[in-house]
Ligand binder design. Structure first.
Ligand SMILES: [Zn+2]
Length: 456
């Protein structure tokens, strides 16, 4: 049981104005009560947190990531590369991803996410080197459980290697039989369909340029048989359009349509290069978009038509994307970039701070099919981030404390992050891991992978 006392500013629903000087009582994994002068129920033990300096927001939902890429961020060789060239270079390093790399990169990425206000995340791991033996997703769930994060990883896949006209090397792709078998296994083993599940599964063939149409279609059918979601990268770059027209004789969205890969149970990462007709198809089918502004800027991929999508009621969430193209899992920073990037071409009214928050909370929860997650209301999940705004960098900005987090400040760390009614970050530090240990491990694994690829 946790009682937040005297919240300086509490954002309940993302669209309404926030509440001032209120208390929040958390019982088990839910918000039990929001109101003035609350106390712990008589005779009950609980934790009391003074929130009088804090902006309290619904925990952010990260809708796309590649945790393993935290080990290869900021590599000089691809700092200035565009997507295809970037991928081809990095695959030669990523093929050395092993069990230790998966577990520790998951701890690292989720640690950063939690520390910047994110309480629910997905991950898209599509790289299965031939030498990898263990239960990859099991390692990720172990890390999520230790850190206390709500986690809905995608079972990624690649079946089209260089010899078949794809981009990845042969050693990191799997046969379609292996992929389908393991996809079914992880659904049976880990998927929890309940509203506030801590574990959900998504199926996610990597992209139109790394799997066959057959695998896309079979993944869609398998997902629907089991009621799990579908995900892939789509319309990220102009190169991808050219690849699809050359390989399939169709644009990417048409390929997906022909693979039964559209609908309310589908979300695409990026979704930049859609034409007007394709936008209408997204609207009609209820397909969602995971918008990755930092990655899109970093790789020079383009600007997602977020404003138009929102106006068309296409659901758009926010995502930090993989750490080799961002190169951080700073979730609050990503919300800031989403807002600023829309304004570059569409003017200062293109996106408001409230819309940006809604994308990062409610929309993300809807995209990942979590019910009663993404808003701070009685009966909803106790997932929240507490940012201390009584600091030098926020001085002078408190006429609108919520917007202050986006427009002001330079340290995006929370003071507290609470997930499913449990404290995951306390006084800016992770509860579920030794940060120094994970930092040193990640640096050592990163160096080892680079060495292995240089010596090949
Ligand atoms: Zn991605």
């Amino acid at each position: 049981m946790i009682l937040l006392k005297n919240c300086f500013y509490l954002q309940t629903s993302s669209e309404a104005e926030g509440l001032r000087d209120v208390d929040v009582l958390i019982i088990d994994n839910k918000v039990a009560k929001i109101g003035k002068a609350l106390s712990l129920p008589h005779g009950k033990e609980g934790r009391i947190i003074d929130a009088s300096k804090h902006v309290v927001v619904p925990g952010f939902i990260n809708t796309h990531h590649h945790y393993y890429q935290t080990l290869t961020r900021n590599l000089p060789a691809v700092q200035d590369a565009e997507l295809f060239q970037w991928l081809v270079h990095l695959y030669e390093i990523w093929k050395y991803v092993d069990e230790e790399a998966v577990y520790n990169s998951s701890r690292l990425a989720m640690g950063e996410l939690l520390k910047t206000g994110c309480t629910t995340s997905t991950d898209h791991h599509y790289l299965y080197p031939n030498s990898f033996q263990g239960d990859l997703m099991g390692l990720q769930f172990q890390a999520a459980e230790e850190l206390g994060m709500r986690f809905s990883p995608t079972r990624g896949s690649m079946s089209l290697s260089k010899k078949d006209g794809g981009l990845p090397p042969d050693s990191v792709v799997q046969t379609e039989d292996e992929i389908m078998r393991d996809s079914e296994r992880v659904i049976h083993q880990y998927h929890d369909p309940s509203d506030m599940a801590m574990r959900k599964i998504v199926l996610a063939p990597c992209s139109p340029f790394s799997v066959t149409e057959d695998l896309m279609r079979e993944s869609a059918r398998l997902a629907r048989r089991h009621g799990v979601l579908l995900h892939t990268h789509l319309a990220e770059t102009r190169d991808e359009n050219a690849f699809c027209e050359r390989q399939y004789g169709r644009r990417p969205l048409k390929v997906m349509e022909d693979c039964e890969f559209l609908g309310q149970d589908v979300f695409f990462a990026h979704g930049i290069h859609f034409n007007d007709d394709e936008m209408k198809i997204l609207q009609e089918t209820g397909t969602h978009i995971a918008h990755c502004p930092s990655s899109n800027m970093r790789l020079g991929s383009g600007i997602c038509r977020v404003r138009e999508m929102i106006d068309m009621d296409i659901n758009v969430g926010i995502a930090v994307d993989g750490s080799a193209s961002n190169d951080t899992s700073d979730m609050l920073g990503e919300i800031r970039n989403a807002l600023l990037l829309q304004r570059v071409t569409k003017g200062a009214k293109a996106l408001t701070t409230r819309e940006a928050y809604k994308m990062a909370s409610e929309n993300g929860a809807k995209l990942l099919n979590f019910k009663k997650v993404g808003r701070l209301e009685e009966g909803w999940a106790a997932d929240m981030a507490l940012f201390d705004v009584h600091k030098l960098e926020y001085a002078g900005s408190l006429s609108d404390p919520l917007a202050a987090l986006i427009f002001s400040g330079y340290n995006h760390g929370t003071d507290y992050t609470i997930v499913n009614g449990r404290i995951a970050v306390e006084k800016g530090n992770l509860i579920g891991m030794d940060e120094d240990e994970v930092r040193d491990k990640a640096n050592a694994i990163s160096a080892r992978m680079l060495e292995a690829s240089n010596g090949r």
